[in-house]
Structure formats: C-alpha cells, structure tokens
Design a protein around this ligand. Sequence first.
Ligand code: SF4
Length: 454
Amino acid sequence: MDTTAPASRRATRPQAAPKVGFVSLGCPKALVDSERIITRLRAEGYELSADYQGADVVVVNTCGFLDSAKQESLDAIGEALAENGRVIVTGCMGVDEAHIRAEHPDVLAVTGPHQYEQVVSEIHNVVPPAHDPFQDLIPPQGIRLTPRHYAYLKISEGCNNACSFCIIPSMRGRLASRPAADVMREAERLVEAGVRELLVISQDTSAYGVDLKYAVSAWNGREIAARFYDLTEALGHLGVWVRLHYVYPYPHVDDVIPLMAEGRVLPYLDVPFQHASPNVLKAMRRPAHQEKTLERVRKWKEICPDLAIRSSFIVGFPGETEEDFNLLLDWLQEARFTRVGCFKYEDVAGAASNALPNHVPEDVKQERFARLMETQAKVSADLLSSRVDQTIEVLVDEVDEEGAIARSAWDAPEIDGCVFLNGQTNLELGDMLTVRVEHADEYDLWATPVEASS
Ligand code: SF4
C-alpha cells in the first residue's frame, strides 16, 4: 500500500466495489422484490457476485407460501451460511424470524417482504457502499433478473381477500396499488430498454386500483385512471406483448376480452380458479366464487375464440369429497383450459384452513392429483393438436447448439409450454418470428420458421 500518498489523492482513489451475493426464491412477485433491492444496490455502487466466495455478504430472498417452500428457503440460508458466513434474510419467510433463527442463529439480519429500505440498510451495516459520484451505475430501466426480452410488471402489492389456505395477506398486507402513471412510466422504460413482453403481476390483478378509488394520474399529457381496464388498454398501446396474470373472474374482466380479440393485448388470462365445487370454494373463501364461471368462460371464448386460459387447482383440500373432486374433473373437461397447474393441499403455518375438519389422506391427494393431470393432459393434447399446420408468431427465449426454444402468445415463460425450433441456431433471444406448427404433444409444439419479422 502507498502510505506516502497525499491525503487528497487517497480520498479520490476509487475503492473496490463491495459485492453482494443474491439468492432469489419464490414466485415472480418475489423476483420483482429482488430486482428492486438489486436496482437500489447497483445505484449505490454495489456489484453482484456470481458466487458465494466472491461476495462480501449474501442476501437470501425467501418464499414462505408452502411448508415445502419454507424448507427450500431454510436450506438455501444454510448453504449460504456454510459457503459464505455473512447472510441477510428477506422475503415472505422473514415474517417468521423465530423460525429462521431457531435453525440458523448466525444469520446477520432478518427482514420481511418488500422491506427494501431495511434490507439495504442491513447491507450498509455489514459492508458500506463505496460511493463514486462520477459513475452512473444504473441503467434507466433498473436491473432485471429476467432475460432482456421479457419483464414482470408489478402493479400492486398485497391483497384484500382472505382465502383460507393463504397467509399472503397477513405477510404482505392489504391491496396497495401503484398509481397508473407510475406503472406506465416503468412499462415505457422497459420497452425502450428492449423488452418485448410485459407480464403484469400482482396478488389480485383484476382488483387493481380499488384501494386508490381508481384515482387518475398524469401520463404523456393525458390522465389515466388506476383501473384494470384503463391500465390494460394503455399497456396495449406500447407495441409489445402484454400478458395478464392472477386475474379473478369478476364481471368487469369481461371488458378486457375485446382488447384481446383486437390483438391489443395477448389472448391469455391466468385465472387461479383453485376448484370448481361450490362446497370447496366456500371452504377456501375464494374471491368471485359465486360467479357463474363456466358461463363467463364460454362468453369470453365467443368474443375471443383464440383465448388461452391458464389456471391452477388445489386437490385434497380439507373436506373435499370424491363427489367434489369428480365435479372438478367434469368441469375441467367442459372448460377445456389451455394450461393447468395442480397442487396437492398442504397445511401452511398460520393458515385458517389448517383447522378445517376432514383433512384428506396423502394417498387420496396423490391419486386425485394423478387423475386431474391425466384428464388435463388429454384436453391439452387435443387443443395443441388443433394448432398443427397453423402459422403462428413466437418469441425466442433460448438458443443452443440444437436450435431455439420459443413461446407462443398462449404460453407464459417458466410455467407453460414451448415451441421448439429444431436446427434454428442463428436466432437470437427476443427474436419474434412467424412459424408453421408441424407437431404437437400434450404440452409443447414443434415448428419451422416461415418468415422472420424481426
Ligand atoms: S387472492 Fe387469496 S390466494 Fe391470492 S393472495 Fe389473496 S388471499 Fe392469497
């Protein structure tokens, strides 16, 4: 070290940037939280470390939705402690600090979901920022963990519902929507940065703006209301794919279906129905469970025949009888959803459903799970086979030495199917092109390019 250097020279010499390791678990909403924390850290001059050894401190963003997710979070904290030793925990599981400390007493700090300020302040305590005012370290669109061509757009936090199996409202609080102009500005920045698909997320997307009483805010010289339809319509003008997740079938959702039919937003709705039996839905305390959903779905498809509906279901919910389950299977065959996810019910510490009578034995849950997946596989194979010989537009997600993996408008990243473009090694991530479908199975399509549109 040069101990003879004048004080003024020592003061301006750039320090090595402190490095933070980041482990992000859980749902897309948790991923958005991670992005916000990282954006803030990068703005302060921190760098991200790709491995535990190179990090001055490791942040683990946990998931606490199911007990299995909590265990995964505890395992991730244990691994980070073993490999690095300086660990800060945040995210949904952070509300249960006692549980974390019982297993990992050496974690440096524990903060809860979307406590960005606290996480950053804990990081400051462990490793202060190396401030360099002459460097602009942050691109205007922030730092994202998703690939460059798609991004999650979080429009609200929290939830006003009280589903009996869910502890999210107690962890994340009541619905708190972002002003519409804020959402639109973020969406515009993402599009300017090269994003070609925006995935709109929240806990309850169709309830957007209720808490703000649909307040208007100024965007691009006009006023825009914080209302589900108005926001969807405005996003539909940005010239990129817009995909709506976590939409409950409230009557006003009908209004956005014509936007899908006109090609303004993707003909895709992620509606977490969870069940079809009125008894189970009542026990689950699901929002909109009294709506005539099959009738509504039929009406949506009349307006937009190409509409893909993805949904998730819980089998083996306490009190679910064989009759309830058979009703669900019949309902699924009639509804013919494009994509279906299924979970076996699990007790979650703090959830009201734990106390319900008539818990379903594990072997029955497993058997119902298998039957539901088998039923849906037939529906899905049938729907996908109707795509063979069609010409469709796809977005490329991955390219390797065997070809490209793309997605259609009916498939969300990570959770739905793919369109395989074998041998197409010259494509790039984010390319959009027109392809002809040649083959289909229960989940995926295989296709060849017709013409490149980008
Ligand atoms: S709608 Fe129900 S399941 Fe979804 S976050 Fe709210 S309470 Fe939980």
